[in-house]
Design a protein. Structure first.
Length: 301
């Protein structure tokens, strides 16, 4: 008779540690980066041979390099923000508890070095951009994020770079990639300002000079609204162009997943006045960005 061996579950401590490491490197964010790069490669740069483009070894290595540098950036950010996060997000601390500060710094250095070397081996331009991203992430964590608007623009530039890297590797001259990168830049600035408003309490106690601390919440909301308006104008132009070219699916997708929710975001931004309101707005920004990224699937069809 067959013997059914019981399934032995993984030790609770091991599962907890893996969950903490996933939180440390922001695994969902890394997956979104991979998805964005994959859709850019398959739907915008090589729609005629998407599978072959995705299986291209050089592209895979650039994705790996990008993920390594991004993970290193999240680690060094937590390294520098232990005290601030103890106030803003006390239940999510990893560095200093599950992972020692020295181990975190070593992981940051190893991942950054690996990412830059791998990217540089694929392309000089991609290597330089990746090295710049690694330096910018360190500068952001150590200093820039504590300065009004500079930290917001730094993260937005890094987000745009993740969209551009497949194009910088292939050099196709596809203008749509640059439009997506600009939209990602503008929306990321909006989300980063919203996050700064949400985190004002902890930031103020540790001497940060973020935009809401320097200029106040009301002015910060107007600045975020300006960047949101620019993003909406860019996407609105894409919608009109899509209608003009008979691309109804693309136009309707952008209307339903980007422009509509974007208008809702702007309306709620004007009314927001509590920390939980801004936490909700930050999530809505993510959903709008996801809608924009997934529009590449519609464009590539």
């Amino acid at each position: 008779m067959p013997v059914n061996h019981p399934v032995v579950p993984a030790p609770a401590g091991l599962l907890t540690r893996w969950a903490q490491l996933a939180r440390l490197v922001r695994l969902p964010n890394l997956l979104i980066i991979v998805l964005t790069m994959a859709l850019t490669q398959a739907c915008l740069l090589a729609p005629e041979q998407p599978l072959a483009a995705l299986l291209d070894v050089r592209f895979g290595l650039v994705v790996l390099a990008t993920v390594c540098v991004a993970a290193a950036g999240y680690i060094i950010n937590d390294y520098y923000d232990v005290k601030i996060d103890a106030i803003n997000r006390p239940g999510t601390l990893v560095v200093g508890q599950a992972v020692g500060r020295r181990s975190a710094m070593m992981a940051h250095l190893v991942l950054s070095f690996e990412g830059v070397v791998v990217a540089g081996a694929m392309s000089r331009v991609v290597g330089l951009v990746t090295a710049g991203a690694a330096l910018l992430l360190w500068g952001y964590s150590a200093r820039f994020k504590r300065l009004a608007l500079l930290g917001n623009l730094s993260i937005a530039a890094l987000t745009a770079a993740s969209v551009l890297l497949p194009e910088l590797l292939r050099r196709t001259g596809n203008s749509a990639v640059w439009a997506y990168a600009l939209a990602a830049f503008l929306l990321t600035v909006v989300r980063e300002i919203i996050k700064d408003i949400e985190d004002m309490r902890g930031d103020a106690q540790h001497g940060c000079r973020t935009l809401p601390i320097v200029a106040g919440v009301a002015r910060s909301k107007w600045v975020a609204g300006l960047f949101l308006l620019l993003m909406m104008a860019l996407v609105g132009g894409a919608v009109l162009a899509a209608f003009g070219q008979g691309e109804w699916r693309m136009a309707l997708w952008l209307l339903g997943t980007v422009l509509g929710p974007g208008a809702m975001l702007g309306r709620q931004l004007l009314r927001a006045d509590r920390r939980r309101d801004f936490a909700r707005l930050s999530l809505l920004c993510k959903l709008v960005m996801l809608g924009g990224v997934l529009s590449m699937l519609v464009l590539g069809r």
